[in-house]
Ligand binder design. Structure first.
Ligand SMILES: Cc1ncc(COP(=O)(O)O)c(C=O)c1O
Length: 380
């Protein structure tokens, strides 16, 4: 994966230089307009920065886009991208199973500024179809979803959006570009919390939007003014993290499958959600749409919320923590961590019972993880 990693012209350095500067000086005044218009050179690091641009080129190559915009968080990427295409009176159609922050943006924030939103049942594509309107400008989906691991048929969603002149935005954080490239199925913008698999080491917050050149330009113009640009130092760390992403994610795919199969056989587990299992209701779609089934799974403990809490605190290898996509296995209980923006009624409607546990599988030995989960289940 050497895209956008040229040897440094001056020194031959095989790693990208970190241009940790807020601004860029000029010796010729006539160069200023060229830099300001983006034709040549740089002006100010909230607009563009050479280290960040290297990351953006690599992201574009990985997702099959024309360009990319890097952000200071996944939510900055999502909110800035969504706002790039909307004005008062427009409509956004989305699935109901969304990351908590995205849910708050679509359900609470956008309606407050005159943008209507509809959240359709995720499993039922007909619900999405019947939700589209003449003023729908954005169709927004995640696949697989957080934390329920439901899938959306991306090809059908793209057709639906394009039929009404709307754009399809896909949050590809859970799959990672190693397992799925939504643009292959017609997505217009691919969004990432780069905090997760792209960086892979749970040591920074970053985000990205990948799209065609003209669409990315639009997003970058909005980013200039809203200001959620990524700083060069974390951009360099994401570039470094991405060098091992393929190895990490392939291992995570394998271990997640082992863990999902183990949990499916446990009497203490009521249900396992993993697209790689043949029992997953959308396994056939996953096999068509994804190259690997991912390192994320969730399961329901047989019992109460307290039993689920007992399980999470009994783990010794896996860590009870929010977030995902790093080298350490993390577990979380969405009802009291990532999905607190929803009421318990809304969570129940989305299939997030209080006993649901989400697992982000790391790169530990698979047998160690299975042993850890076995002993923690025994403690319930
Ligand atoms: C699927 C998904 N999208 C977006 C985000 C937001 O990313 P960030 O925390 O980097 O802002 C998250 C964070 O957990 C996520 O899981």
């Amino acid at each position: 994966m050497h895209e956008a990693e040229p040897l440094d012209e001056e020194t031959g350095s095989i790693t990208a230089p970190i241009f940790e500067t807020s601004t860029f000086g000029f010796t010729k005044a006539e160069d200023v307009p060229l830099a300001v218009s983006g034709q040549k050179g740089y002006t100010y690091s909230r607009w563009d920065n050479p280290t960040v641009v290297r990351l953006e080129r690599k992201l574009a190559a990985l997702e099959g886009g024309g360009d990319a915009a890097a952000f200071s968080s996944g939510m900055a990427a999502i909110s800035t991208s969504v706002l790039s295409f909307l004005k008062k009176g427009d409509h956004v159609l989305a699935i109901r199973d969304l990351y908590g922050g995205t849910y708050a943006l679509l359900h609470d924030i956008l309606p407050g500024i005159g943008i209507e939103t509809t959240l359709a049942e995720t499993e039922d594509f007909g619900a999405l179809e019947s939700g589209i309107r003449g003023n729908t400008r954005v169709v927004y989906v995640e696949s697989p979803t957080n934390p329920t691991l439901k899938l959306v048929d991306l090809g059908k969603a793209a057709k639906l959006a394009h039929g009404r002149g709307a754009l399809l935005l896909v949050d590809n954080t859970f799959a990672s570009p190693i397992n799925q490239n939504p643009m292959e199925f017609g997505a217009d913008v691919v969004l990432h919390s780069a905090t997760k698999y792209l960086n892979g080491h749970a040591d920074l917050i970053a985000g990205a939007a990948v799209a065609g050149r003209a669409t990315t330009h639009k997003i970058k113009m909005m980013r200039r003014d809203l200001g959620g640009t990524l700083d060069p130092l974390p951009a360099w760390l994401v570039l470094r993290g991405m060098k091992t992403m393929a190895l990490r994610v392939r291992q995570q795919n394998l271990t997640a499958m082992v863990l999902a199969e183990f949990l499916s056989k446990s009497k203490k587990v009521a249900k396992v959600h993993y697209p790689g299992l043949k029992s997953h209701p959308q396994h056939a779609l996953a096999a068509r749409q994804m190259r690997g089934y991912g390192g994320m799974l969730s399961f329901e403990i047989q019992g109460t919320m307290k039993d689920a809490m007992r399980f999470t605190e009994s783990l010794r290898v896996a860590i009870l923590a929010a977030s995902l996509g790093g080298v350490e296995t993390l577990v979380s209980q969405p009802a009291n961590m990532t999905h607190t923006q929803m009421t318990s009624k809304e969570r129940a409607k989305t299939g997030i019972p209080d006993t649901l546990i989400r697992v982000s599988v790391g790169i530990e030995d698979a047998d160690d993880l299975v042993d850890d989960f076995r002993q923690a289940l025994a403690a319930v």
